[in-house]
Design a protein around this ligand. Structure first.
Ligand code: CA
Ligand code: CA
Length: 323
């Protein structure tokens, strides 16, 4: 009896381990591919975005209205969007698709993205408020993207870096105010100023109340998000996988937007070629890939909680007419 008991005693944990590994193995089998990603995600979409060559007289004001005519013959590509469901915390899902058009004039490339969003969220000063935004992502350098040549459409991979252009509705709002930074007083016009309790503060605490280092650590540390007068609405970034998003020292992208009847139209533009080794480069007559994400601040989208395309999209640039 004792022998049977000890047999049970040792075999039960062993059985448990067998069941556990069988369960893990089964879970692995239901999610083929790398880190639970399917071959479908490593296969670019079939539809190719043609970056149309147009002869463009650069408008004095770079706004959607002035650039609208230049896009009239550019063929749109529809991009399906879904909830970001791989990196924690997951989120998004309120924006199910966007339309992309692109043109170039031999010097500058312009991408126009339109999508439906019932709420215009262009301020994120209060902690419970989040901005509307859109990002385009491009692989750095010439790359092959096939199920055999993995290149994650979700922020790239280690040693497979990406360049991201992130347009933010609140950065555009900043451009329209004095000092080019909507400050806390805009959100809370009747706010109390902590430094006013002393009637002599302006005299005795002048150094303190004018010290950038004391009052704005972010600005003192040259954090682009804290800077007034950025002069742009798009952040130029790099990433090579989840959690690696990094702003660039050399900001090269700009953009403009228009919101009407529940539709955002955003145009992001940059020189085809830059001097920055961390930037994607575009050659007329050449090919590229892009992917994208959209944030709806009204649904609390922020950071990784966003609407994503889970596939790269191919693009081809028309040659300049005199080539
Ligand atoms: Ca919104
Ligand atoms: Ca750059």
């Amino acid at each position: 009896m004792k022998k049977v008991f000890s047999l049970l005693k040792y075999s039960l944990p062993l059985l448990g381990a067998v069941f556990l590994s069988a369960t893990l193995f089964a879970a692995e089998e239901t999610a083929p591919g790398v880190k639970g990603m399917s071959d479908e995600e490593f296969t670019p979409a079939k539809e190719v975005l043609t970056v149309k060559y147009v002869q463009l007289d650069k408008p004095y004001h770079m706004d959607v209205e002035s650039l609208k005519g230049a896009f009239k013959d550019a063929k749109p590509v529809s991009v399906a969007l879904q909830k970001q469901d791989k990196a924690f915390p997951n989120g998004g899902g309120s924006v199910t698709g966007a339309e992309v058009k692109a043109i170039h004039d031999g010097i500058t490339v312009y991408f126009q993205i339109t999508w439906k969003d019932p709420t215009r969220n262009a301020r994120s000063i209060a902690v419970q408020e989040f901005r509307d935004a859109v990002a385009l992502m491009f692989p750095l350098g010439a790359v092959e993207i096939t199920p055999a040549e993995h290149f994650s459409p979700r922020m790239g991979d280690r040693e497979k870096p990406t360049n991201l252009w992130h347009w933010k509705a609140d950065w555009e709002a900043d451009l329209l105010v004095k000092g080019e930074l909507e400050d806390v007083e805009v959100q809370y016009p009747n706010m109390h100023d902590d430094f006013n309790f002393n009637p002599y503060s302006a005299y005795y605490h002048r150094e303190l109340i004018t010290s950038v280092e004391v009052l704005s650590g972010g600005r003192a540390a040259n954090n682009l998000l804290s800077q007034p007068g950025r002069g742009r609405t798009v952040e130029d970034l790099n990433a090579e996988g989840f959690g690696t998003l990094t702003t660039q020292d050399h900001q090269d992208v700009n953009g403009c937007s228009h919101y009407e009847d529940g539709v955002w139209t955003v145009i992001m533009y940059r020189s085809l070629i830059t001097q920055d080794p961390h930037d994607v480069q575009f050659v007329p007559g050449g090919n590229a890939f892009f992917n994208m994400a959209v944030w709806n601040g009204g649904e609390s989208d922020r950071n990784g909680q966003k609407n994503i395309s889970a596939q790269w999209h191919p693009a081809t640039l028309e040659k300049v007419a005199w080539q």
